[in-house]
Design a protein around this ligand. Structure first.
Ligand code: NAI
Length: 270
């Protein structure tokens, strides 16, 4: 399928994991893809290297690509990211808000700088990018697509991850509100909520067979998801096949939101 021939897509945090797979998937279907990447000083080389590799894969598919550095939590960075993309291509069709961070800490010990950072990247960052995209869609007319990345933890509580859960629940609410606000202008806003996906964010358990088996025991389909399986859903939601879908969350979670503890009827006599 070449559903995005001639379309321009921006993926935030697009150099690794789900973002990287999504950037490649859009290119597989003919889109030009701008990859936003960001890293702290110490990680910069690694992230940039990953981003460059992703770009060369996209180039290999005959699509346009560009790299745009920037911290989505910073308004000036986000404005510059959009200036660079629109300056080069003149038009954006699809924004994928994928950048995200998490920290683990008991709520009562959570440092407020860490709390603020998680909210700033996951919620403020997604809003800033969505706002710039919507401004552009309204200016040029003809609508557009905003896709946000939450998590099964937009609904399932997750002890030790209070700021992350708050950011993702907030982003789900934000998505629905933007969807309603701009539906009349042809702008669709939807959300993808991944479960446990094998990406760098889950390095801790992914590469340890015993820990991975423990994680996978909780997933009804019996395995972690692949970034490509999430990317396929972003592509569907961005495509015209989803033209009548807005304001929805699509869970890509192998059944994690199905209350897996109820696989056996422990709550009633049998
Ligand atoms: P990842 O760590 O590979 O991807 C996150 C990306 O965001 C990285 O490329 C990182 O450099 C970038 N990023 C971080 N802060 C940024 C900032 N301030 N500005 C721009 N980019 C920034 O992990 P993964 O798993 O690919 O995560 C992608 C999204 O999926 C995140 O929003 C995450 O919360 C979400 N998610 C992931 C799940 C998983 O199991 N892997 C489950 C549920 C949601």
């Amino acid at each position: 399928m070449r559903r995005f021939e001639g379309k321009n897509v921006l993926v935030t945090g697009g150099s690794t994991g789900i973002g990287r797979a999504t950037a490649i998937r859009f290119a597989d279907e003919g889109a030009n893809v701008a990859i936003n990447y960001y890293a702290s000083e110490t990680e910069a080389e690694i992230t940039l290297e990953e981003a460059r590799k992703t770009c060369s894969i996209i180039r290999g598919k005959g699509c346009g690509e560009m790299l745009v550095q920037g911290d989505v939590a910073h308004e000036e960075d986000v404005k510059r990211i959009f200036r660079e993309v629109l300056g080069a291509w003149g038009r954006l069709d699809i924004l994928v808000n994928n950048a995200g961070v998490q920290i683990a800490s008991p709520a009562h010990e959570t440092d407020m700088d860490a709390y603020d950072r998680v909210l700033a990247v996951n919620l403020r960052g997604a809003f800033l990018c969505a706002r710039e995209a919507v401004r552009h869609f309204l200016d040029r007319g003809g609508g557009g697509v905003v896709l946000n990345t939450t998590s099964v933890h937009e609904t399932i509580p997750k002890p030790y991850y209070a700021p992350y859960v708050a950011s993702k629940a907030g982003l789900a609410a934000l998505s629905r509100t933007l969807a309603l606000e701009y539906a009349g202008q042809g702008i669709r806003v939807n959300t993808v909520a991944p479960g446990a996906i094998a990406t760098p964010m889950n390095r801790e358990w992914m590469d340890d067979p015993a820990r991975r088996a423990e994680v996978e025991k909780h997933i009804p389909v019996g395995r972690a998801g692949l970034p490509e399986e999430v990317a396929a859903v972003f592509a569907f939601l961005a495509s015209d096949e989803a033209a009548y879908i807005t304001g929805q969350t699509l869970y890509v979670d192998g059944g994690l939101t199905l209350y897996p503890d109820f696989r056996v009827p422990w709550s009633s006599g049998s």
